[in-house]
Design a protein around this ligand. Structure first.
Ligand code: GLU
Length: 328
């Protein structure tokens, strides 16, 4: 609490994305130009809710963000909590939000909420959703029930868990979904949770950041040239977005068997929902065959989040513990 205003302290950092975009020249499309102050100017109610600490941390489209920049953002957010912020909000592009949120979720050591949001419509578009999402994010961030849940993604008045949320629509306002539904909703400014906080494990900061993890998607009649190149190109981990319940062709299975002694391999599902199987199918390239070769099945984790997890596990020397980090 700030002694003079007795309002809780809330740190808000902006990274770019559509929520920061507007058109400066007619016909040239929108680009990130609005810093954090300009975004907050559209939501005057925020200053009635909290004593704000505001920082423009970047002005990037979210496809151009990276792990090194995220570690800097994490350091900023941690320092804000250590200086007394009750919660932290980050605004960014929605395109990579499902990945950045999970990255930060795995490293966020506090009960204080870290809430991430963005917008599907740019600031100059009619009906732009940035201000409403920002206000909802603040209401979630300041709610007592949000504590201990790690990183939360708030979009379209829904609260999602960073470990499960996915962007499932390219342009629709309702663009985010979680496999088992949202954790809760924001109703008339009040956060109503429908799921209890899940037990979560937190990783220490990675001590190495130079390694790379590849992500390849299977498709019909795919050759194995790219797959075979993975180890020779120096990748230290591999994630496959597999068919159905986590399947690959017989040819891909053979190559994966050759790669496994050299690097950890995870097979996830490319379907967009549901877990991988563990004991149903017995053909070459199915889960029983893959596991016998030392491949890890992803369980509930989507391919993109598997890549984030594997990168952080390798960076902290914990790749041997991969199995215990994959939700069944
Ligand atoms: N639709 C994306 C967004 O919501 C495009 C730009 C980006 O992800 O940065 O922000």
């Amino acid at each position: 609490m700030n002694e003079q205003t007795s309002l809780p302290r809330l740190a808000i950092g902006s990274l770019g994305g559509t929520v920061s975009m507007q058109a400066s020249t007619l016909g040239c499309g929108v680009r990130p130009t609005l810093g954090c102050d300009a975004q907050l100017a559209q939501v005057p109610q925020l200053r009635e809710l909290a004593d704000l600490e505001v920082a423009t941390l970047g002005l990037l489209p979210s496809a151009s963000m990276g792990f090194a920049a995220l570690l800097d953002v994490l350091a900023w957010a941690r320092a804000e909590v250590e200086r007394g912020a009750q919660a932290v909000i980050l605004t960014q592009g929605t395109d990579s939000l499902e990945e950045t949120a999970y990255f930060l979720h795995l490293l966020w050591p506090f009960d204080a909420p870290l809430v991430m949001t963005g917008a599907m419509r740019a600031a100059n578009q009619p009906g732009n959703d940035g201000p409403a999402n920002l206000l909802a994010a603040a209401q979630v961030a300041l709610a007592q029930d949000s504590r201990g849940r790690g990183v939360l993604v708030v979009m379209n008045d829904q609260v999602h868990c960073a470990a499960r949320v996915r962007k499932t629509a390219s342009l629709a306002m309702a663009a985010f979904r979680s496999g088992c539904g949202p954790l809760g909703d924001v109703v008339e400014g009040v956060v109503v949770y429908r799921q209890a906080p899940a037990r979560r494990k937190v990783l220490p900061l990675p001590h190495c950041t130079e390694h790379r993890v590849a992500l390849l998607e299977v498709c019909l009649d795919a050759d194995t040239a790219l797959l075979q190149a993975v180890a020779t190109l120096g990748y230290e981990g591999l994630v496959i977005a597999g068919f159905g319940a986590g399947h690959v062709s017989g040819g891909w299975s053979e190559v994966l068997g050759q790669l496994v002694p050299a690097l950890p391999v995870i097979v996830a599902t490319r379907t967009g929902s549901g877990p991988t199987a563990s004991a149903s199918y017995g053909f070459a390239g199915a889960e029983i065959d893959l596991q016998a070769k030392g491949v890890q099945m992803a369980g509930q984790l989507c391919p993109r989040k598997c890549r984030i997890l594997l990168w952080l596990l390798i960076g902290t020397g914990r790749q041997q513990q991969l199995h215990s980090w994959l939700p069944c």
